[in-house]
Write a protein that binds this ligand. Structure first.
Ligand code: HEC
Ligand code: HEC
Length: 444
C-alpha cells in the first residue's frame, strides 16, 4: 500500500481560501494566529501546539486506509480520494454568503444559482407542514434548529408514526457534504435528496404522494405566489414542485456553522474562549493513538467535505466497529451500511463520517442512535470498537475484520477523556442554534 493519501495534501501545502491549511499539527500555529503573540491570554491555551510541526512518522503509525474508502461501485479511486485542479467556480458569484471567518463557500450547481429570494422561499418550505400529506409534519420536525437540525431521537419517526431505521442527521454544514445520507455514495446533491423525505414511502417521512400533491398543498398558501415569483423571476409558472426542491436546497446551503469557541480559537478571530482542557483535547484528537482526525478532518471535521474552488473529494465511508454479530463483522440486517448499496462484502458496516460541529447538542449518536452520550462515544473508540455482551446484537466490535485500521484500542486517562469531551463541547456554535436567518419564518 502506498503513501497515505490523507496526509498528502498537508505535505503538499494544500491551503484553503483565507486561512492556514487545516490538518493535524502541520500548522505553524503561532505564525498564523494572533492568539500566539506574547501576552495574549489565549496563548495559554495555545502553548500545547505552538511548537507543533508535521511529524512524518505518523504516516507509518496510521497505516493505510485503502479498504476503508467508498465501495468499488461508488466509482472511487483506489485511494478513495480524488483530487482535481479545483476549477469549480460555482454559480453563486455575488451571493452574500454569511461565512464564518476561515470558511470557504459551499459548491453550488450551475442550474440552481443562489439568490436571497430563493433562500427565503426555501426557509418557508423547510418549516412548512404543507410539505406533508397530513399537514402536520415538516422538514423541521425532524431537523430542529436548536438541536443543530437533528431531532433528539435515536431514530427518526415519520408523520404516520412509522419508525425510520436511521438517526436524523445534523444539517450543519450540509452544503459541504460530498454525499448525503448515512451511506449512499450516489446521493450527491441536495436537489436529489429533498424529494426522498417528501415522496419516499419506505419509510414514510412526509408522506406526499406526488409532486402534484405538493403543488396543490402549496397553492393553498397565498404567500407562496409572491415568494416563488421572486425566487424564480424568469419562470412563467414559478410555483412548481421542482422549484420547491431547488429552493429547499438553496436554503440548506446557508445552514453553515463555524462560530464556536473552537473556531474562534482556531482561526484567531478574537471572540470565544477555548479552555485549556479543550485545546488539549484537540491535540489528542489530532494525533495517534486516538486518530480521530483521520476521518473527522478538514474544517468540517468530516472527510466527505468539498467546497467551492477546492479539490474534488470522493465520498468516504468507514466501519468503526459498532457491531460484530457473527464474529465475521456482520451489522444488524436492518442496516448493514454501504454494503447494501455496493454489494461489496468489504463495505459491511461502513457509514459516512458525520460532521462534529455542534455534536454536544445532537445526541444520541451514530447512524442508528445507539450511543447515548459523547462520553460513551469516547469509550467506544478507546476500546477500538464496541462490545455488546448480550441480546441479538451481542458481539465484539473490535474483533470485526471490517473495522477501520484507524479505530484501535488506546489508553485514555480520565484526564484525556475529560479533555476530549471539552474539545467536542467547544464545537457548539450557540449563535447558529438560534440564528433567526435559519429559523421558522411562520412563527411570527
Ligand atoms: C421523519 C423525519 C425526517 C423528515 C421529515 C426529514 N428528514 Fe432529513 N433526514 C432524516 C433521516 C433519518 C436522515 C438520514 C437518512 C439516511 O441516512 O437514510 C436524514 C437525512 C437528511 C439529509 C442528509 C444530511 C447529510 O449530512 O447527509 C438532508 C440534506 C436532509 N435529511 C434534508 C431534509 C429535508 C430538506 C427535509 C424536508 C423536505 C427532510 N430532511 C425531512 C429524517 C427526516
Ligand atoms: C475510521 C474513521 C473514523 C475515526 C478514526 C473516528 N471516527 Fe468518529 N465517526 C466515524 C464514522 C464513520 C461515524 C459514524 C459511524 C456510524 O454511525 O456507524 C463516526 C461517528 C462519530 C461521532 C458521532 C457523531 C454523530 O453525529 O452521531 C462522534 C462524536 C465521533 N465519531 C467522534 C470521534 C472521535 C472523538 C474520534 C477519535 C477518538 C473518532 N470519532 C474517530 C469515523 C471515524
Amino acid at each position: 500500500m502506498g503513501a497515505d493519501v490523507r496526509l498528502a495534501p498537508l505535505t503538499s501545502g494544500r491551503s484553503y481560501p483565507g486561512r492556514v491549511p487545516f490538518g493535524p499539527r502541520s500548522l505553524p500555529w503561532c505564525v498564523a494566529l494572533a492568539a500566539c503573540s506574547p501576552g495574549d491570554p489565549r496563548g495559554v491555551a495555545n502553548t500545547g501546539v505552538t511548537t507543533s510541526v508535521f511529524d512524518p512518522t505518523w504516516i507509518s503509525t496510521a497505516g493505510t486506509d485503502v479498504d476503508d474508502s467508498g465501495g468499488s461501485s461508488a466509482g472511487t479511486s483506489s485511494t478513495g480520494l480524488v483530487e482535481t485542479s479545483g476549477t469549480e467556480t460555482g454559480s453563486d458569484v455575488g451571493f452574500p454568503w454569511s461565512l464564518p471567518p476561515g470558511y470557504p463557500a459551499p459548491r453550488v450547481p450551475d442550474d440552481n444559482p443562489m439568490s436571497a429570494a430563493k433562500v427565503e422561499l426555501g426557509r418557508h418550505l423547510f418549516y412548512d407542514p404543507r410539505l406533508s400529506s397530513t399537514g402536520t409534519y415538516a422538514c423541521a420536525t425532524c431537523h430542529v434548529q436548536a438541536l443543530a437540525f437533528t431531532d433528539g431521537r435515536a431514530t427518526a419517526v415519520g408523520e404516520t408514526g412509522e419508525v425510520h431505521r436511521r438517526n436524523a442527521m445534523s444539517l450543519a454544514n450540509v452544503g459541504y457534504a460530498v454525499s448525503l445520507a448515512w451511506a449512499d455514495p450516489q446521493l450527491a446533491t441536495l436537489e436529489d435528496q429533498a424529494p426522498i423525505p417528501m415522496y419516499g414511502h419506505d419509510p414514510i417521512e412526509l408522506g406526499l404522494g406526488s409532486p402534484a400533491d405538493l403543488e396543490a398543498n402549496l397553492a393553498t398558501e397565498p404567500l407562496y405566489d409572491g415568494l416563488f415569483a421572486a425566487a424564480f423571476p424568469d419562470d412563467p409558472a414559478p410555483l412548481s414542485a421542482d422549484n420547491a426542491v431547488r429552493a429547499l436546497a438553496a436554503f440548506e446551503r446557508t445552514i453553515i456553522s463555524g462560530r464556536s469557541d473552537f473556531d474562534a480559537w482556531f482561526y484567531g478571530t478574537g471572540y470565544g474562549d477555548l479552555s485549556d482542557a479543550a485545546a488539549r483535547g484537540w491535540e489528542l484528537f489530532n494525533a495517534p493513538p486516538a486518530n480521530c482526525f483521520r476521518c473527522h478532518d478538514d474544517f468540517n471535521l468530516s472527510d466527505s467535505t468539498a467546497y467551492d474552488g477546492g479539490p474534488d473529494v470522493a465520498p468516504r465511508f468507514h466501519n468503526i466497529g459498532l457491531y460484530n454479530l457473527d464474529g465475521a463483522g456482520a451489522y444488524p440486517a436492518s442496516d448493514p451500511g454501504l454494503v447494501e448499496v455496493t454489494g461489496d462484502p468489504a463495505d459491511m458496516g461502513k457509514f459516512k463520517t458525520p460532521t462534529l460541529h455542534n455534536v454536544a447538542v445532537t445526541a444520541p449518536y451514530m447512524h442508528d442512535g445507539s450511543v447515548a452520550t459523547l462520553g460513551e462515544v469516547l469509550d467506544h473508540y478507546a476500546t477500538g470498537g464496541r462490545t455488546i455482551t448480550e441480546g441479538p446484537h451481542a458481539g465484539v466490535g473490535s474483533d470485526s475484520p471490517w473495522r477501520s485500521e484507524f479505530v484501535r484500542p488506546f489508553e485514555m486517562s480520565p484526564q484525556d477523556r475529560a479533555d476530549m469531551l471539552a474539545f467536542l463541547e467547544s464545537l457548539t456554535d450557540p449563535a447558529f442554534l438560534v440564528d433567526p436567518a435559519l429559523g421558522d419564518p411562520w412563527a411570527r
